[in-house]
Write a protein that binds this ligand. Structure first.
Ligand SMILES: Cc1cc2nc3c(=O)[nH]c(=O)nc-3n(C[C@H](O)[C@H](O)[C@H](O)COP(=O)(O)OP(=O)(O)OC[C@H]3O[C@@H](n4cnc5c(N)ncnc54)[C@H](O)[C@@H]3O)c2cc1C
Length: 436
């Protein structure tokens, strides 16, 4: 618990939102400020959506969504989890792609080879000309992307332009790349194409295929309490307004309670932040340039939506109907999450397009999520410049505030940047203490 600094007077600071951005900001700032954390939902946000699943007489908690990450892209997240003692395990995310008729187009598995993971064609895909074509186009795409990642003109290109210019294979792009990135970014294929090429290529060349993906061994319940130490937590406290009040900022809840703070960190999504800040017109206009998309996630046990008997399948199933704007993607949690192995099969399906039997659905949750365009990237740069002015008291962090895909890493990256501006030492960046 806490540092010896508790005895001196510390300035007050409010954090609005308890996604990973708000949690990590609160954790990093708690030694230097008296931190009060406000969350609109009944539980800390990162763990707000979850369901208990009982099978074989055992109850296990399922996070919604399941969150995965990989070495190579998640530098701050790994450092944070290591620092707070979160155990991390590998997760198999090999996949099967099928069309609107349920016909399997490509099925691949992952094998470990030394420290690396290799993908190989599985089942009938081994004999399928279409699958081999996609595999070849995939190799060509990644080889070219690794060569192109340093190109200075990528900043001016959308990912769609890049795919066209680089001659990426049509079948690979339509069947595999766009569906994979639409679930990674939880958005339409068009929004994937609109991402800046540089941001997409940075993610795609980070080594995710060779290093594999990981998840927190014990889920969100193990993560949230590790970050909410030495802070006051106010759940069920949606914030309606933040406005200047002399040398402080007034934070007003929707129920009308108000309190003034020396500093305020808004760690809600951009459109949510825009709706609560008053007297910051330029920032509000910039926040409104950050696009976002809606989607939903279902946790269920309905095996009917899978293309083949579940035992033979890789954990991730992509349903890719021609002409649709997104894929539907199901993860067999008993194969992907070690703590659920041995349970009866249960799935998480992003963007359910087909009917899931109501008596087999455990939960359905709607989400919004930012996307990145060349315009939003400029807006984020302007927001950062704006808040880094001397005397600023209102800080924005969240996955939209870093120049990355809005994943967990971007959210932590953004709270590290704010904490550094507010004078906090970042434990995993700390230099050795000066000799006395
Ligand atoms: C379906 C889905 C799957 C995903 N899978 C992955 C994955 O596998 N790996 C990965 O790295 N990332 C994944 N992500 C992205 C990741 O979840 C986000 O990057 C991350 O949650 C962003 O954190 P954040 O703190 O910026 O925002 P959020 O998590 O959105 O947190 C914002 C918080 O602010 C609160 N809030 C909003 N308005 C107010 C208000 N007025 N008053 C008080 N509180 C308020 C909200 O309730 C919420 O708790 C996924 C996202 C989705 C939607």
């Amino acid at each position: 618990m806490g540092s010896g600094a508790n005895h001196r007077h510390k300035p007050s600071l409010a954090v609005i939102g308890t996604g990973i951005a708000g949690l990590s900001a609160a954790y990093l700032l708690k030694d230097d400020y008296q931190v009060t954390v406000f969350e609109s939902q009944a539980r800390a946000g990162m763990g707000a959506h979850r369901v208990d699943y009982t099978s074989h007489g055992i109850t296990r908690r399922i996070d919604i969504p399941l969150r995965i990450f990989c070495r190579g892209y998640y530098e701050n997240l790994f450092a944070l989890y290591k620092h707070i003692g979160v155990e991390i395990v590998t997760s198999d995310h090999s996949g099967i792609f099928s069309d609107e008729t349920g016909r399997v187009i490509l099925h691949y598995g992952n094998a470990r080879w030394g420290g690396a993971r290799l993908s190989y064609l599985k089942g009938h895909s081994w004999l399928s000309r279409a699958a081999w074509t996609i595999a070849l186009q995939s190799r060509q795409f990644f080889a070219r992307a690794r060569r192109d990642i340093g190109r200075t003109d990528l900043a001016d290109l959308s990912f769609g332009d890049y795919l066209q210019q680089s001659g990426a294979g049509h079948d690979f792009v339509e069947t595999v790349l766009l569906p994979m990135m639409s679930v990674t970014c939880t958005c339409d294929y068009q929004a994937v194409r609109d991402y800046p090429a540089e941001i997409m290529l940075e993610y795609l060349t980070c080594g995710i295929h060779e290093l594999g993906v990981m998840s927190a061994a014990k889920g969100v319940d193990d993560i949230v309490p590790r970050m909410l130490v030495d802070v006051k937590l106010r759940t069920n406290s949606p914030i309606a307004m933040i406005e200047p009040a002399g040398q402080q900022l007034r934070v007003v809840t929707k129920a009308g309670a108000d309190q003034c703070f020396d500093q305020v960190v808004v760690a809600a999504q951009a459109q949510q932040a825009a709706s609560m800040i008053f007297g910051f017109d330029e920032r509000r206009a910039l926040l409104n340039r950050i696009p976002f998309e809606r989607s939903s996630m279902s946790v269920h046990t309905d095996q009917e939506i899978l293309p083949a008997p579940v035992k033979r399948l890789s954990p991730v199933s992509y349903h890719v109907p021609r002409g649709s704007s997104r894929a539907e993607v199901s993860v067999d949690l008993t194969k992907a999450i070690a703590r659920l192995s041995g349970q009866q099969t249960v799935f998480q399906t992003w963007n359910p397009m087909r009917r899931i039997a109501p008596n087999r659905e455990l939960a359905r949750v709607d989400f919004t999520r930012p996307t990145v365009t060349r315009d939003s990237r400029e807006a984020v740069r302007a927001l950062r410049a704006n808040q880094n002015q001397p005397g600023n008291r209102l800080w924005l962090c969240g996955s939209y505030m870093a120049e990355k895909i809005p994943l967990l890493e971007a959210a932590v990256d953004s709270s590290v940047a704010v904490a550094e501006h507010l004078g906090a030492a970042i434990p995993w960046k700390a230099s050795a203490p000066a000799a006395a």
